[in-house]
Ligand binder design. Sequence first.
Ligand SMILES: Nc1ncnc2c1ncn2[C@@H]1O[C@H](COP(=O)(O)OP(=O)(O)OP(=O)(O)O)[C@@H](O)[C@H]1O
Ligand SMILES: [Mg+2]
Length: 366
Amino acid sequence: MKEGPSLLIAGSAACEQAAVAKWPGANIVGSFRDLALIEFILSSVPVDIVAVESGLPTKGESFQDWVARFKNAFPKVSLVILDQGWELAEKDSSSAVPESPNVLTPQTIVVWSPKGGVGKTFLATNLSCAAALSTGGKAGLLDFDLYSGDVAVHLDLFEGPTITELVPVLADTRPEGLDKFCLRHGPSGLSVMCSPRRPELSDLVTPEHVRGILSLAARRWGLLYVDTPPDITSDVVGECIDAATNVVVVVTQDVAAIKQVKLAVDILRRLGIKEERLNVVLNRASKDSLMPQAKIQEFLGVELIGSIPDDRKAVERSVFEGKPVVLYSKSEISEALWQVASRLSPGLVRDKGQKKPEKRRGGLFW
Ligand SMILES: Nc1ncnc2c1ncn2[C@@H]1O[C@H](COP(=O)(O)OP(=O)(O)OP(=O)(O)O)[C@@H](O)[C@H]1O
Ligand SMILES: [Mg+2]
């Protein structure tokens, strides 16, 4: 048996690696993903340190409540929360509830465009993953493109519940109860509510449901992102825009897209959406285009909050792997997305490590 403290780990393989690297001489009692199992083991096995991945699913309570209860129940055990991300950063047990490095105000950021195929889902998945990385998983993404949502494709989330399972029990659901109907995107720690898997199930979701879910989700996650369909007449889009603290309108250099976005921006203004809530982002920007950024700004009468380059190779790879480009270390497109994310939420800082984790070095018991 090795010298050193005894260590019990709850989290993913990346969390396990981070814990092993942090306490190289520790005697690893075990590594699991289930917090209830950790408590069960502690009731009979003496352990010095419990390292827990931030935001791990809990049963019937929030992660923060679990931390508080754990500390009461096992006062002698040193609890260390590890923030998720490719390079896991340890937080001191005295502040066991993970906190973002800067103060962030709760926000509901709705990504929308009247034009299809301009990159709404691409932006919604990237911005929300950036937020999750930056806040230790305190971010959620709702796919409200109910008839043809692609969030699951962009994030490679195919198994598990969707909004369809939530709708019948929505009236009795509390904010923490949403977790049961969400999937966790492992590489970023983002909580994701996917749209119905089959279009014929989409009619079951009404605008009232959408309103209810938006309200619950805003209370569940500090930073909430919403992907939407390209339909200005949709009641679902109306509900999303009503609930939004920020509407991110996506435009490209395509003339038809610019014209449609101009109309949409005018409508949003007439609806009383203030300039600071209206954030236009240029996607697929190319220097070769006849429509440079300055011309688009002039035509739309708004200042663009960001310009994301066209990078087919990087985007195709990211969708193929289910890992948005913000997860990859420096590239022009990743930098541009992080800039938009922090322009929208000024307290949001780039996660320090987005490297691939090293290969797992051991099994469950060491
Ligand atoms: N910056 C970019 N560079 C290269 N390709 C991109 C970029 N942004 C998006 N794409 C690609 O463009 C296509 C459309 O993107 P996306 O699905 O995000 O658009 P959308 O607006 O959500 O479409 P829909 O209206 O159908 O929901 C995808 O194949 C995506 O990979
Ligand atoms: Mg889409």
